[in-house]
Design a protein around this ligand. Structure first.
Ligand code: EPZ
Length: 456
């Protein structure tokens, strides 16, 4: 019987077959950060000159964002992990629903389009498997900068009020340190008249990477990475060449997989201070962590249960909560995992329980009692980071597993199974010749209706 996630997604015709009780060994190369590359692509709309991005991961989310830009009239040359972007001939300032629907990050285009062209029409990104994903902080901030915004038939229509056709710098205090809202408002303010300060700004490394690239383009942004960011608007932004930072979430996923299999591996390139909350928790749970330049080596000695509270950066990242929960299923002792960022990001828990994990879930808190082993099963992941968690569980488990729902995995992990194979894991992607509906599999509990998913 295939145990399926509560999400009524259409099962794609691919799965990963994993032979359990694997060990990892060696060095794994970390790709460029998905959540940086996506916003850097949106930021390229702010200039008529060429942007060259290096170290761009090959992911379906990146491909979707590229299609959205091309649909606007952007000339985008894809040279594997290098993208050349030329936005001088943008013809339209609205994004079509069918392109946006699969990619929440497409909403990041509203700031650049509004600030550069005075208008933008972007479909509401909608909710998703991990939560309702509101955009009120984006909207309120753009209004504070002088935008007139109406939402009609699920389309956000924004334009600059008055004749000046420029936004006006202002003071904005976010109610929560939203990554996306901080990014939208930085990009909008970069071409505004005067100074904008954003208080309670998100401090994620991907925001710092965005500010670094914008400053190379001629922006005047100060204190990115701090709670209060200052942007002095300029008249024009130029082109530049920029290298995307390493993906801290992919890096953390591999460290967690190593701890789960008592394997010693090295990950590189990384920026160690982007992973501090994660390496501290892995150290607390019994692994020895050594850092040399842009490499981190993990040497697990034992696996003790530890508690996790997800939090905005520099706290423990919500994107690693699911993989860490998989790790804690076999840790000795009792752990408590609290998800504080998204309201529905525990979809992996009931599947880990099917594998034999001892977890009690109370809303967004998972109480885990470590068990000796979990058993391999056929499972369907329901979102990007849950799919990574289930793959780690499959590697730990006794017996084989098949993980479905790879359309989620391929959004955020570049060549994931090939990297695991190089590290010694027996794993293979199987292509079935039919895609099948979930309804063909016995579902042991009525799946709750989850809003149509747009990607994170
Ligand atoms: C970004 O999403 C990332 N996505 C997410 O990664 C990541 O989990 C998240 O930041 C938190 O770190 C990209 O960068 C493309 P938020 P974002 O706005 O910007 C509330 C992955 O797996 N909120 O920081 O959408 C919201 O409900 C993905 O790679 C508002 O209330 O996240 C949530 O509870 C998943 N109003 C909290 O803030 C708003 O206007 C954090 O959301 C916006 C957000």
């Amino acid at each position: 019987m295939i145990c399926v996630s509560k999400n009524k997604s259409l099962l794609k015709s691919q799965n990963l077959k994993i032979f359990g009780q694997g060990k990892l060994n060696g060095i794994v190369e970390i790709s460029g950060a998905k959540n940086s590359a996506l916003v850097l692509l949106a930021a390229s709309l702010l200039t008529n000159e060429k942007i060259i991005l290096h170290n761009v991961p090959r992911l379906t989310d990146i491909e979707k964002m590229g299609n959205i830009l091309k649909n606007l009239g952007v000339n985008l040359i894809d040279k594997n992990n290098k993208l050349e972007i030329d936005s001088k001939n943008i013809s339209i300032k609205e994004l079509p629903y069918e392109l946006v629907n699969g990619l929440r990050a497409s909403f990041f285009c509203i700031g650049p389009l509004l600030s550069k062209y005075g208008e933008a029409k972007v479909p509401l990104p909608g909710g998703c498997n991990i939560g309702s994903r509101p955009i009120d902080e984006h909207i309120n901030g753009l209004k504070a900068l002088g935008a007139e915004i109406i939402i009609e038939e699920r389309i956000v229509k924004a334009k600059i009020k008055g004749k000046k056709n420029k936004l006006n710098g202002t003071h904005i205090k976010l109610k929560c340190p939203s990554v996306g809202a901080t990014e939208t408002l930085i990009m909008a303010a970069s071409l505004a008249d005067g100074r904008t300060t954003i208080e309670n700004a998100a401090r994620e490394p991907e925001i710092q990477d965005l500010c670094q690239m914008l400053n190379k383009m001629g922006a005047k942004i100060y204190d990115s990475g701090k709670e209060k960011i200052i942007i002095d608007g300029v008249n024009k932004l130029g082109g530049c060449t920029h290298k995307v930072i390493p993906d801290r979430i992919e890096a953390g996923t591999f460290l967690i997989a190593a701890a789960a299999t008592s394997s010693s591996i090295t990950i590189s390139p990384v920026i160690p201070n982007h992973l501090e909350a994660v390496t501290n928790k892995l150290h607390e749970s019994g692994s020895r962590i050594s850092i040399k330049g842009n490499s981190i080596t993990i040497n697990p000695r034992e696996l003790k249960a530890v508690n996790i509270n997800t939090a905005p950066f520099p706290g423990f990242p919500t994107d690693l909560q699911a993989p860490f929960t998989a790790l804690m299923t076999i840790a000795s002792g009792e752990s408590k995992i609290t998800e504080t960022i998204f309201e529905n990001r525990m979809n992996h828990v009931h599947l880990l329980k099917k594998m034999g994990a001892n977890i009690k879930l109370n809303k967004n808190i998972a109480y885990i009692k470590g068990v000796k082993t979990i058993k391999g099963m056929d499972l369907v992941a329901s979102d990007l980071r849950s799919s990574a968690a289930l793959i780690i569980a499959g590697i730990i488990a006794k017996g084989n597993s098949k993980i479905y729902g790879l359309e989620h995995l391929d959004r955020g992990y570049e060549n994931f199974e090939s990297k695991l194979k190089i590290l010694g894991i027996k794993i293979a992607r199987e292509f079935n010749n039919k895609s099948c509906k979930e309804s063909k599999y016995k579902i042991d509990q009525e799946p709750e209706e989850i809003p149509k998913c747009t990607a994170a």
